[in-house]
Ligand binder design. Structure first.
Ligand SMILES: C[S@@+](CC[C@H](N)C(=O)[O-])C[C@H]1O[C@@H](n2cnc3c(N)ncnc32)[C@H](O)[C@@H]1O
Length: 205
């Protein structure tokens, strides 16, 4: 029986960066809200090949980043070396990760759809514990729309969330961004559409 839990382990094997090396625009949104310094800690959950984690380190934060894939973490290390920064990168699982640290920014793009249903509540309780007061979180997640087909590279263990579901967690935080958009994507070379819910919020109390 195969114990492969994500096809990304294979998709990240090649020397090329599957997601490229340009950071997501979301990083600059967070930088504007929480200006970088070495004392500020960032956690990137499901960092893939590290493009966003490395960018945040280049901007001056102390960055930790994990992904389920060994190949993703190897490439994160490679990219960090190429860009002349150090980050704390390691293999871990979004469903079971633990940390004693507290962060100024907890960031996760394109990954929380890998949370098992039974772990969602506990995951957000953990996020609440590990975010400093005055800290920020960024999450986005793919949501199910009956008029959109499942993307051609939909992965093992990925589960669409219900529209708006993401916005029901962290209800007592200050919301800076909350939206749902449909966009075209060409990952895997086949044009397709996603619907994505996004939230940026701040832990005030
Ligand atoms: C769509 S990619 C996004 C990667 C990265 N955040 C980016 O934007 O480039 C989803 C990532 O989730 C990772 N992943 C899948 N299951 C995971 C799990 N259980 N724990 C942590 N990461 C996981 C995959 O390896 C992959 O890197």
């Amino acid at each position: 029986m195969s114990n492969i839990r994500t096809n990304y382990e294979k998709w990240y094997e090649s020397d090329e960066f599957y997601w490229g090396t340009d950071p997501a625009d979301f990083c600059d949104e967070l930088i504007a809200l929480c200006p970088p310094s070495k004392e500020k800690k960032v956690l990137d959950i499901g960092c893939g090949e590290g493009k966003d984690a490395v960018y945040m380190a280049q901007k001056g934060y102390s960055v930790s980043a994990f992904d389920l894939t060994e190949n993703g973490i190897k490439k994160t290390l490679r990219l960090a070396k190429e860009k002349g920064v150090e980050i704390n990168e390691y293999v871990d699982d979004i469903n079971t990760f633990e940390t004693e640290e507290k962060f100024d920014i907890v960031y996760s793009t394109g990954t929380i759809q890998y949370l098992f249903e039974k772990n969602k509540k506990e995951f957000f309780e953990k996020i609440e514990r590990i975010t400093k007061k005055g800290g920020f979180v960024f999450f986005n997640v793919f949501v199910d729309k009956p008029f959109l087909e499942l993307p051609p590279d939909w992965d093992i263990e990925e589960k669409m969330w219900n529209p708006g579901e993401l916005f029901t967690y962290l209800p007592n935080w200050k919301i800076h961004r909350i939206d749902e958009v449909i966009f075209e994507d060409n990952s895997c070379g086949v044009p397709h559409y996603h619907c994505m819910d996004t939230i940026i919020c701040e832990r005030i109390i």
